[in-house]
Design a protein around this ligand. Structure first.
Ligand SMILES: NC(=O)c1ccc[n+]([C@@H]2O[C@H](COP(=O)([O-])OP(=O)(O)OC[C@H]3O[C@@H](n4cnc5c(N)ncnc54)[C@H](O)[C@@H]3O)[C@@H](O)[C@H]2O)c1
Length: 406
């Protein structure tokens, strides 16, 4: 099954995407008799789709050659059934594809009338946002449940990308995906997947889930991060190691598994460009006083970015870091209970500060632009990177002038 997910689904998606990006969603159905029953002509709603069956006895390579042949014949397929595995549903409108999956489920529960109704009401295309640079792309955002990650997910979704919110915070991640699907979506889909990006198995499973649901990955945003500051006497080794595990190793693990899918996509669409984008920090460009565990991991992240970029550009996978300044309106700083403003005020870190506003002003005054970094500042850098086909391995500062490159 793992080979099927990592090799077949991204390949099929790119074969189908020659005329515009498709979503390819997998519906597991290992029992061949059920599949044959579903595909029986005239009796079932699936007759409304162009569909064909791939025999189980074929090798993986033979399967892909057969599908390539069928697709090259010019027929637009919305359903490919793999004996022994399940059905792959494909189209340009993710919402339709997810509804199709629901309809198949309904069908399997023998409610033919209800499923027929769902099939007949489906629309096929995602034509809104035709000028969007991310139309129908599949974007994965780690740490997407709040802060910068949430803002990035919202903006990409508003521009018609399908977004996968990856986070350890299930409540916030689920609520955000529901909100996007309910109130903001037209033809695209948002999905929450629980994952700890510092755990290899968790990341591997998450990438598998993304591909089962959408068929591939076009943009991977490695954004999840944590901050534990402290001087050399304060910080213990376990805290240092936790910071390194999430802020540094987590980026490596995510790039390792996301790039497997992207490489397979490249193989079937060698003219197509993809992006791995790390949300780094100004602390990845300049040392940070009593914050070395964070700065060290972020400096290391730029080393990974440059090296991944060299390795992956031959596959049209660009790898870049974006280095924002302090997101002073975000939850890390502004949370009224645990935010850094409250912590710094109580710790007396800012001389003379009596209120949270005093602390905020102190940090704003360190920025030539006299304000904190915001999501829309970061988005401009993200869209620049996505738009480029001739730039990779860069660390782009978005710091209001606080940190300047040599
Ligand atoms: N806030 C800032 O001022 C600032 C400035 C520059 C760069 N950054 C960077 O931006 C990124 C996001 O920061 P933020 O301020 O939005 O943080 P945040 O704390 O508001 O959100 C981080 C999210 O990551 C999730 N997360 C944490 N550990 C995880 C793990 N192991 N696996 C999966 N998800 C995990 C959290 O649940 C949370 O939803 C980080 O990489 C951070 O270093 C932040």
């Amino acid at each position: 099954m793992e080979q099927f997910i990592y090799k077949v689904l991204p390949a099929v998606r790119m074969m189908l995407s020659k005329t515009g990006l498709h979503v390819v969603s997998f519906f597991e159905m290992q029992e061949p008799s059920i599949m044959k029953q579903i595909l029986k002509k005239d009796s079932m709603p699936l007759r409304l789709l162009n569909c064909f069956i791939v025999e189980e006895k074929l090798t993986l390579e033979e399967k892909l050659i057969l599908i390539q042949k069928k697709i090259s014949s010019g027929t637009v397929f919305h359903c490919i059934c793999f004996e022994g595995f399940g059905c792959v549903l494909a189209g340009r409108n993710a919402r339709t594809i997810f509804n199709l999956r629901d309809a198949l489920n309904t069908l399997l529960n023998n409610d033919i009338e209800a499923s027929d109704y769902i099939f007949r009401t489906l629309s096929q295309e995602n034509d809104k946002g035709a000028n969007s640079p991310v139309l129908n792309k599949i974007a994965v955002i780690t740490g997407g449940a709040q802060g910068f990650g949430e803002g990035i997910a919202r903006d990409l979704f508003a521009k018609q990308a399908n977004v996968v919110i990856v986070d350890t915070n299930k409540d916030k991640g689920t609520a955000l995906a529901e909100d996007l699907n309910r109130t903001h979506g037209t033809a695209n889909k948002a999905l929450y997947i629980h994952c700890d990006i510092s755990d290899e198995l968790s990341v591997k499973n998450m990438i598998g889930e993304v591909v089962k649901n959408f068929g591939g990955i076009d943009i991977f945003i490695s954004n999840a991060g944590i901050l534990r500051a402290g001087d050399l006497d304060e910080l213990d080794v376990s805290t240092f190691e936790l910071m390194t595990k999430i802020n540094y190793s987590g980026y490596f693990i995510c790039a390792k598994y996301a790039s497997k899918i992207m490489k397979q996509q490249y193989h079937y669409a060698p003219e197509y460009f993809m992006d791995i984008i790390q949300i780094n920090s100004k602390s990845g460009l300049r040392g940070s006083n009593k914050n070395y565990a964070y700065a060290g991991a972020k400096f290391g992240g730029i080393g990974l970015t440059q090296s991944f970029a060299l390795e992956l550009m031959p596959y049209n996978i660009k790898v870049n870091s974006i280095c924002p300044g302090n997101f002073l309106d975000g939850p890390l700083w502004a949370d009224p209970k645990n935010g850094l403003f409250v912590q710094y005020l109580h710790a007396g870190k800012v001389p003379g500060a009596k209120t949270i506003d005093d602390v905020k002003k102190y940090y704003e005054n360190q920025v030539p632009a006299k304000r904190g970094c915001r999501v829309d500042d970061v988005m401009k850098a993200i869209y620049y990177v996505i738009d480029q086909n001739y730039e990779t391995g860069q660390a782009i500062p978005v710091t209001g002038g606080q940190v300047m490159l040599k």
